[in-house]
Design a protein around this ligand. Structure first.
Ligand code: PRP
Ligand code: MG
Length: 225
């Protein structure tokens, strides 16, 4: 559990959300000196520590109370919450605020030549994905029976090498799908970046820091509208 008087924020070290997250925190007035290999950074002008980690670790760090708050994509958050629930680990969190970046969708995509005739035509097929829980939930809700294999990245390569019939992965511009001869056939989840917090109430001091930060975020996001 976090015990210091400094508010601890988990953010993605590198990847889709890291630049925008860093820019948001800077616009909120946090003096960040993030060096590539330094994974725990003290904010110079506020009692805040920044923990830079893999995005898939952020939900668990917040749910377990290692970090007070986190900035993470809804896709990663929901996948982690479903998986942790299944394993009987802490899976409670508060989604304090949706953020105005990191918009993407989690979609099913098939090779361009696939004859898609509605989701029933996916029955019995195998999908490569980084999001097995979200995919399983979608399949259950839609009464289709599909198989999956787990890939942590470069998911779009799977159909071409015979690892899977299709994929379930994030789409933002659609450029990666196109470059790999795939077409989007169903959107199964829409996501943006979100600010999350551990459900245990913060100490008075930390709550004050958090309130200041939230107020500034509100201002920064309004100015961007
Ligand atoms: C992400 C995601 C998609 C792609 C979507 O991958 O997994 O592959 O971006 O973006 P687009 O629709 O704009 O092309 P990323 O490049 O982060 O690499 P990874 O999957 O290997 O981690
Ligand atoms: Mg990818």
């Amino acid at each position: 559990m976090t015990s210091s008087k400094r508010l601890t924020i988990a953010m993605q070290k590198s990847g889709r959300l890291s630049d925008d997250t860093q820019a948001l925190l800077k616009r909120c007035g946090l003096k960040l000196n993030l060096q590539d290999r330094r994974l725990l950074a003290h904010v110079a002008n506020m009692p805040i520590d920044i923990m830079r980690v893999r995005s898939s670790d952020i939900p668990g760090l917040v749910m377990d109370g290692v970090c007070d708050i986190g900035i993470v994509g809804d896709n990663t958050l929901e996948e982690a919450a479903l998986e942790r629930k299944l394993l009987g680990s802490n899976c409670e969190y508060i989604r304090t605020k949706g953020l105005n970046f990191g918009g993407c969708r989690l979609s099913l995509a098939m090779p361009e030549e696939f004859n898609y005739q509605g989701i029933e035509s996916l029955n019995g097929l195998r999908f490569a994905t980084t999001y097995p829980q979200l995919l399983k939930r979608y399949a259950q809700e839609n009464n289709i029976d599909i198989d999956f294999c787990l890939l942590k990245g470069s998911v779009e390569v799977a159909p071409r090498v015979g690892l899977a019939d299709g994929i379930c992965d994030l789409v933002s511009t659609g450029a990666t799908l196109e470059a790999n001869g795939l077409k989007e056939v169903e959107v199964i989840y829409r996501s943006t970046a979100a600010l999350i917090q551990n459900p245990t109430p913060l100490s008075g001091e930390k709550q004050e820091i958090f309130d200041t930060l939230l107020q500034r975020m509100q201002g920064v996001m309004k100015a961007k509208e």
